[in-house]
Design a protein. Structure first.
Length: 299
């Protein structure tokens, strides 16, 4: 069975692009499931899939993050990767779908886990906002704050890979011209509407970025909190083609984690978070060493 890819909310699971792409597991938060149930949930996934890769963005409630670490600690397993990826909700959902696509390929669990950081650099995530008065995720100038009080104001915001904010003119052309250049590679665009009526994303942004396809999705529940307003249309563009994703990941040199032994790409292990650098032998990873890790290190 492929490595299980997990999220903490069902609205972060985008529709599969084809019949071969598996779904994602949903690890329920403490207010929905008691600890015993969470332990059984994770244990069943490990029994079926062997390894579990869970996306843990920094905007999750502290209790949810603590629950995930507690489950991993009690199960005393090194087969659960908790990945802290900082993307807006819809951008995170897009990354999750890409990992789901890769999970059926011949990559080891360690490569799939560490590929999340690599693939996140190729996701363009932003939103059309009716106000930036409460936006604290990217720098917002005083003029933009002041203009947010106008009932007709709209702002095109790019949060990733490079923060950018532009106020749209009445026709929308001003905002399109002010946005940075879009991806220099083929992408599909996913968007989700909140309490803002506008076709700017599909009529202006998509043609400007020359995307190959557009898909609408329900707005994730965490999106209004992330963007600081209910008046928004969130969007995210990413690589849709599995063959391109595969080539991108396969082209990176693979290493063995000196701490836990998992295969990895990049500069950090996805399972224990130990850095690749030679000084990693004298450094501890961000999470406690499990009993399984101790046995593997001893060997």
């Amino acid at each position: 069975m492929p490595t299980a890819i997990a999220v903490t909310s069902a609205d972060l699971v985008l529709p599969a692009p084809d019949r071969h792409t598996p779904g994602a597991a949903v690890l329920h938060p403490p207010e929905q499931l008691a600890l015993d149930g969470a332990l059984a949930e994770a244990a069943a996934l490990l029994e079926r899939h062997g390894h579990l890769v869970a996306l843990v963005p920094p905007w999750l409630p502290a209790a949810t993050v603590q629950r995930l670490h507690t489950v991993r600690a009690i199960l005393e397993t090194d087969r659960i990767a908790l990945l802290g990826i900082d993307l807006p909700p819809l951008g995170l959902a897009l990354l999750v779908r890409q990992l789901r696509q890769l999970s059926v390929c011949d990559f080891s669990p360690g490569v799939i886990a560490s590929a999340a950081r690599l693939l996140s650099h190729y996701i363009y995530a932003g939103a059309l906002l009716g106000s930036v008065a409460k936006l604290d995720r990217i720098p917002v100038g005083l003029k933009a704050h002041a203009r947010s009080w106008s009932p007709s104001a709209q702002f095109a915001v790019l949060a990733h890979p490079k923060p950018h904010l532009a106020r749209l003119g009445t026709s929308g052309a001003q905002g399109t011209a002010a946005l940075p250049a879009g991806p220099a590679f083929a992408t599909h665009l996913t968007f989700a509407c909140g309490q803002l009526t506008s076709d700017w994303v599909t009529a202006e942004l998509a043609p400007a970025w020359q995307v190959q396809g557009v898909m609408e999705n329900p707005l994730p529940a965490d999106s209004p909190g992330w963007w600081g307003t209910q008046k928004l249309v969130e969007f995210a563009a990413g690589i849709p083609d599995l063959s391109v994703l595969y080539q991108l990941v396969a082209s990176v040199r693979r290493e063995e984690c000196r701490w836990c032994g998992f295969e990895l790409i990049g500069d950090r292990c996805g399972f224990c978070a130990a850095p690749l650098q030679s000084q990693s032998q004298s450094q501890t990873p961000s999470q406690p060493l499990t009993a399984s890790n101790e046995r593997r290190t001893a060997r």
